[in-house]
Design a binder for this molecule. Structure first.
Ligand code: SF4
Ligand code: SF4
Length: 278
């Protein structure tokens, strides 16, 4: 791997790791980190201007952060793309702020439609408003795929079409802690391939579906993205947030140097990376 080619251009900032949900597939509750919120002042100390995109989510529900849309507007004032992923529960409370912030992309994390009436109502309202006001906000439903929910994914996509989202992003469930004995995780590559082939053909002319990409070493996440926790510490990625590479309130070159060092020295040795399917 030629390190001079590695120039991650996405900065993922975990604005908070607090959450108002407790999803059964989420490994957040098994993390041994304090729960907290990044301050707006600290956010501005990150080398934001050196990235092409700032994604404002990590473990947690970013819409709980009172300054989230101040952060989005700040990113936009630097002429950088701003994106986030949300569980959608608080959209109604933050609708005006969101629509006025300049946010470019929003993904709604939905792996099941059970109990999602309010979330779907919120998404509907958001899409109606942004269409009415001609706001160029791209919307996705982000679906985690695992054995138990495969049969329900078409229903989620159908709802997405009905709501008018711009696309469906699918990704694999990678839960390093195996958090819930009731969740059946493993999908073999054959099962995944069969499922995706059928799904992509079914929705070919109806909506853009983005399937998960093949896993590589080093992974595409490391090659493209630098991760910062709410406490301003740099981590290799969202799965390795208990590893700290140093304070991220520094220069891009310093963040990149640490990131490349991690890729060179650690990625083949790290047990989590060895099993990762992202
Ligand atoms: S998946 Fe997201 S919304 Fe669900 S508990 Fe985890 S952080 Fe919260
Ligand atoms: S756990 Fe390792 S392989 Fe997986 S996304 Fe993170 S850095 Fe990449």
């Amino acid at each position: 791997m030629l390190s001079f080619l590695i120039k991650p251009k996405i900065l993922q900032v975990e604005t908070t790791n607090d959450c108002n949900s407790n999803c059964k597939i989420c490994m957040r509750r098994h993390l041994n980190r304090l729960v907290g919120y990044m301050s707006f002042e600290d956010f501005k100390k990150l080398p934001l201007k050196d990235f092409n995109e700032v994604a404002l989510h990590g473990w947690g529900e970013c819409l709980l952060h009172p300054d989230l849309f101040k952060m989005v507007s700040y990113v936009k004032s630097l002429n950088i793309k701003a994106s986030l992923c949300t569980n959608g529960t608080l959209l109604d409370k933050r609708l005006e702020e969101l629509l006025n912030s300049g946010l470019d992309e929003i993904a709604f994390g939905i792996f099941s439609l059970d109990g999602k009436e309010k979330v779907l109502e919120n998404i509907k309202k958001l899409i109606e408003e942004k269409n009415e006001r001609n706001i160029p906000l791209t919307t996705y439903i982000d679906v985690t795929m695992f054995k138990d929910n495969l049969d329900h994914i078409p229903e989620i996509i159908d709802v997405g079409i009905e709501l008018g989202v711009d696309g469906i992003v699918l990704h694999r469930l990678f839960d390093i802690y195996g958090v819930d004995p009731d969740v059946k995780y493993g999908l073999s590559s054959k099962e995944e391939k069969e499922f995706l082939t059928n799904l992509l053909s079914k929705y070919k002319n109806k909506i853009k579906v983005y399937p998960p990409l093949p896993h590589t070493t080093p992974c595409r996440i490391l090659l493209n993205c630098i991760f910062v926790r709410w406490d301003c510490m740099q981590s290799p990625c969202v799965y390795l947030t208990e590893d700290s590479l140093g304070d991220a309130r520094t220069s891009y070159s310093e963040l990149r140097k640490r990131h490349i060092l991690y890729i060179k020295k650690m990625v083949k040795k790290n047990d989590i990376c060895k099993y990762c399917i992202w």
